[in-house]
Every structure is written in C-alpha cells, then in structure tokens.
Write a protein that binds this ligand. Sequence first.
Ligand code: NAD
Length: 413
Amino acid sequence: MTELNAHEAVNLYFDEAAGLIDLDDEMGDVLKSSYREISVQVPVRLDSGGLQVVRGYRVQHNGARGPYKGGIRYHPTADLNEIRALAALMTWKTSLLAIPFGGAKGGIEVDPLPMSTHELERMTRRFTLAISHVLGVYRDIPAPDVNTNAQVMAWIMDAYSGKEGYTPAIVTGKPIDFGGAPGREAATGRGCVYVLDAAAKHWGLDLTEKRVAIQGFGNVGSWAAAELASRGVDVVAVSDLQGGVYRDSGLDVHELVELARHGRSVTDAEGCDPITNDELIEVDCDVLMPAALGEVIRKDNADRVRASIVLEAANYPTTPDGDKVLTDRGIRVIPDVLANGGGVTGSYFEWTQNIQQFTWKESRFNEELADKLHEAFDSVSGFADYHGCTMRQAAFAIGITRVAKAARLRGYV
Ligand code: NAD
C-alpha cells in the first residue's frame, strides 16, 4: 500500500488524538476541513522579458482561537494538498502553544532558486495583492517558511501597506530594521533546542554527551546548530540541498554558518566526510533533527534510523508509517507541532510588539520563548505519560481540545 498524502496523514494523526479525548463526530468534521482555501494565478514578468505563470495558495484552516497564522513557502511541491496539511498543523500548533492564533499556510508552486531577486520581488508583490483581501492584522498574518525570508516578508509588508496604509503587524519574520523583533529569526531553530533541553531534563539525559545530526541548514537548521554549539553539544552531521557532511568528533558549526551566510553549501566545509541526505537520516547520532522538507522519515528508512530521539524541526518530516516504525522501536519522537513551535511563538511576540509599537530586548524575547516552549513540553509529556500515548498523540489531543472548546463557544457546532 502506498503511504498517505500529507493531508490524509495529518488527518490520521487528528483521528488518533480525537479518539483519546472522545471528540464527537460533528466537531471532528468541522475541525478536519479548512475554513477557506484560495488558489490564485501569479503571472511573473521575467528579467528575460518572458512571462512565467505560477500558482499560489493561501489556506486558512481554523480561526476559532484567533487570526489565521502561518508561513509562506516557495517550492515546486507546494501544491494545495501540501499547503492544506501544513495549515491544519498550524491550528494544532498555535493551540498547543496557547497563543491566540488560528492556523493557516500559504505557498507558491514554483522553484525559486533560479529566479533573480527582481523576479522574486515581482512574484511576491503580485501574490500578496492576489491574496490581500483575506489578510489582515486581526484576520491572517503570514510569516517565512521554506525559501522565503525576512526580505520576502518586507516586500509583503510593503505591498500590503501600499494598499492599506502602514501595517507592520501584517506579517512576521521581518528584518529588524523594518519592524522585525530581535530574536525572531533565530526563534524556530533556537526554540528546537529549548524543547530538546526540556526533553533532556524530563528524561534525565545530559545533552552535552549527545551527538546531533541536522538535515537542512537554512533558517531552522543553522540556528539550531548554532544554539547547540553554544551549549557545547556536538553537531556531527548537517546537510542542505547539495548534500551533507559528517565528522565523528563534531563539526565546526561556526564555519558552516559562515558558509551558509555567504550563500555556499555546507558541502564546502573542510576536513569532513561527505554524506548524502539519505545517509544523514541513518547516520550514527543520538538526536536526529530533520529541518528541511516533509516526508523524509518513511516506512522504507525508519528502521535504519540510529538516533534514540527524533526532534521534528521541519513540518511533517515523518509519515504515519515511518512514525509507527520509530515508535515500535522505542525511538522518542518530539512532534513538529511542539518541536518547531518556537517559530510561531516568536511571530506572536513580533506581532504583539508591532501592535504596541514597542520593541523587547532579545534577552526578554528568548526568556519568554523558553517559558512558552517549556510549558508546552511539560503539558505534552504530562499527557503522554498519563495516557500512555505518543508525544504526537498528546500534542494533537491538547491542541484539538482547546480549538474544540473555542469552536463550541463560538457556535460553530
Ligand atoms: P529554508 O528555506 O531557510 O531552509 C531549508 C533548508 O533545507 C536549506 O538548507 C535547503 O538547502 C535544505 N533543503 C531543501 N531541499 C532539500 C532536500 N530535498 N533535501 C535536503 N535538504 C534540503 O527553510 P526553513 O525556514 O529553515 O524551514 C525548514 C523547515 O522548518 C520546513 O519544514 C519549515 O516548514 C519548518 N519551519 C520553519 C519555520 C520558520 O520560522 N522558518 C517555522 C516552523 C517550521
């Protein structure tokens, strides 16, 4: 049997958790489907003079607990099904983290890597205008995701503000000089390490004795590696689209970050063994952090994972079949909705600061981030220990319970 597609998989995780909290079927029907899904045409004038017509999406999954919130990715696989699945994950994530947002996701089905900066800017502005009628500071607030960054967020803010007036809180993950919050760029990767730290305390592990492998060295992977290195934890393998590198005694994270900052691949690092992205998943390590794309741990490779902890820095990196193999083998999986929740939590801090026109120091940002993530970890581990279920089932169950309460109070059901 082939594995489920991303949306079916997220709904399977939903069903497992719904069973634990005795959610009624009517509420289940409402919470499993999206509130609104938009598909728009995005014509992009290329530097060559030609025209490329691409498709963009914004899916607002559920807004019972607050404005829709979720990133925008530019990727060839970012079709409606993938965006729909990721939007639903955002609903359970914001709820689990107890921040007053709903869940959304957006994307353009395009390979942005060959595009020039001017082409990316034109595409971003056209897409923003096409979806601007469903955006709003109290309606829907985008953020960065795969292949989008602070510059792309600045274009989104500028395009939206051109229509509606100065609106920094319309998007998060902005450059610091343009309404961004100190700490937000690092928040997802750093937050992964805060969650890992809470896990280590809960399970009685010394993180400095652990060896970590990270797939993906973009925003999330590189900041996670930097935070681990600052705590004296060995990062033994990392990778990006070009491939990966391994060093048994630990990689020089500073050198890798410098390479990435200059647009170079981690495969250019000196004195390491080259590995492929497939090999990275199976590399000898204690903690495996998939921090790139989805569906990288599947039925066909989960039995070869050597880590004892998988921390899902990426969204939906483990298929349900892969998840079952890991669980049956006693590997602890810290699910995406908890593990990478630092990103949306940091976005929440940025949004509140924009609304108040007041900037926190980065030290305060990081303290509040750690508090939020530790609280979420404690509630998930407490639920999982009490019910004898996986951390994913616990995280979904907590998230769904809170959304269901808000949906009932609003009279959705
Ligand atoms: P990014 O675009 O900054 O980096 C992606 C990294 O993955 C790059 O190093 C790229 O080279 C690598 N990559 C791309 N395709 C690959 C492939 N096929 N195999 C191996 N590596 C590949 O993206 P990001 O913002 O770091 O996001 C990474 C993951 O984290 C995504 O799943 C995203 O949804 C999730 N996430 C991001 C945030 C955020 O704040 N940026 C928040 C929560 C979750």
